[in-house]
Design a protein around this ligand. Sequence first.
Ligand SMILES: [Zn+2]
Length: 207
Amino acid sequence: MSSFIGHALTGLGVYTSTQPVEKTTQRNLSLRDLLWPAWLVFVALAPDLDYIFRSLHVWSDSMGYVRVTHSFVGCLAFPLLTLPVLSRLKLARETRRLCAVQVVLAGLSHLAMDLLVGVASLSLLWPFTERRFRLPFGILPSGPAFRVDNFYMYRNLLIEVGALVPLYAGIYLARLAKLDGRKRRIGVAALWLCSLAFMGWSFTLAR
Ligand SMILES: [Zn+2]
């Protein structure tokens, strides 16, 4: 499982990677503008609410406890609740469509992140089947125990931030058309190489 920092970064990454660039650069952001990315961060984190609410683990005779929030149905619960609210807000059609895509991506990002650790096996198709799925490799580190004396906490957080921040920053830069084409390409390549290097480091970790 990824750490809550990784999930939060990915919620923000979904926002910055899909938001129209000119909108975010031409005017100052207000507090109201921050509510939507904050909601995306919450949606990206929400499946891990089952660490707090243990009743979100459902017992199955064949599979033991199933983390139902870590299924497609579970991770899309908040996005599906958000869609009717979006339809009631006075938004331009393109904005509403963009927000719908962003909130669904934020929800699905949680499963992608946890699977890319390569350790977790998730009942993705619950409640249709409790069968668990796991990737045979990992390119992200697992979420560490948060203790100041835990060396692995610092290492894994370094790898996670090193893999994710340059990845999303590169996507943002790639879409920033007002920057000179050559400079942009070099910047994007450098950021994505940095991200790949940290993913490669993570790939070599024992699982
Ligand atoms: Zn999780």
